[in-house]
Design a protein around this ligand. Sequence first.
Ligand code: COS
Length: 383
Amino acid sequence: MNADFDSYRLSDEHEALREAVRDLAENEIAPHAADVDEHARYPVEARDALVKAGFHAVHIPEQYGGEGADELAACIVIEEVARVCASSSLIPAVNGLGSIPILLSASEELKQQVLPSIAQGAGISYALSEREAGSDAASMRTRARRDGDDWVLDGTKCWITNAGESTWYTVMAVTDPDKRANGISAFVVHKDDPGFEVGPKERKLGIAGSPTREIYFQGCRIPGDRIIGAEGTGFKTALATLDHTRPTIGAQAVGIAQGALDAAIAYAKDRKQFGKAIAEFQGLQFMIADMAMKVEGARQLVYVAAARAERGEPNLGFISSAAKCMASDVAMSVTTDAVQIFGGAGYTKDFPVERMMRDAKITQIYEGTNQVQRMVMARALLR
Ligand code: COS
């Protein structure tokens, strides 16, 4: 583990980016958040606004037509969108998750094939999990076999965020079943490739606006050059990707928590009981102080993790898992407290905090459950 916590500094550009994304989020995303959740519909308004402003995938390098922003900037975008609508924040988050394997390990030709289209607004999903291979991702069964110059994929992936909306899918599949993790390779599949299909939408507790589906490969044939890196390196690429993206889930969690905190503060100042604003009661003041303290602590850890990932430091496992784990636990606790501060009103759909509480829950589960994060941290500490 690297003990160098000499951290990060937000530049004027980062602050300007935050201001611009917050403005867009409040004006163009927030007004639709409740409706997106209520009807479990894809947030097209958010997608269009994010693509138009170039905030849908800021991490794509300039040479592929992207913004070339650093990992801190990507976190700021996700955080600010999540502050008003967690479902919408999955657009930049999943575009990162799907494309980072390509950025880390793909040939220049494959980068040229895929990344410019992401920069222009096409979505890309990440397909690692299967029904029987969740935390134990290396036990996956989806197979890829060579056939002439092509690869042919067979199997089913599940929990695929934004499946059905994405144009591209980064897919991990077994190429050599005798080698377990070292017999897994990564591929890029296009939605129109023959033998590729998406399943029905899962019905979920939260992030209802972001479709989650199974995806099916039935003799799905893709050109040979769509393999990411060398055969057998796909699992390492998948885990190295998570080292970079777990901080972004931390950022999403921080954003959800900040949204709930902001709503709770406004409500506590407005709501009167016993002849005064409930914010004047010390019991609530202490709750609000604790919530803000946790959110700020989580934010700092997320930014440090993102800055270290950006610097390409080795052994990112500890810090990126710590950031994701801590921030998502904070999001769950802060959103639950926000509902408490709203009292009965907080339990209704008239206010956003119940949605934020439901949305927060997934951040403790996806991109590795918080139990897996603790496993990763413990391994790094005890190595
Ligand atoms: N980066 C690159 N390579 C890594 C790595 C990392 N962060 N962590 C491990 N590896 C390598 C290992 O060195 C090993 O290679 P060698 O055999 O050549 O040494 C290989 O990858 C397999 O690693 P390991 O044996 O540790 O794999 P496990 O099967 O024990 O799984 C966990 C490790 C549990 C950490 C992993 O499966 C995991 O993160 N699971 C959760 C999956 C997840 O997050 N799912 C959510 C999907 S995205 S929504």
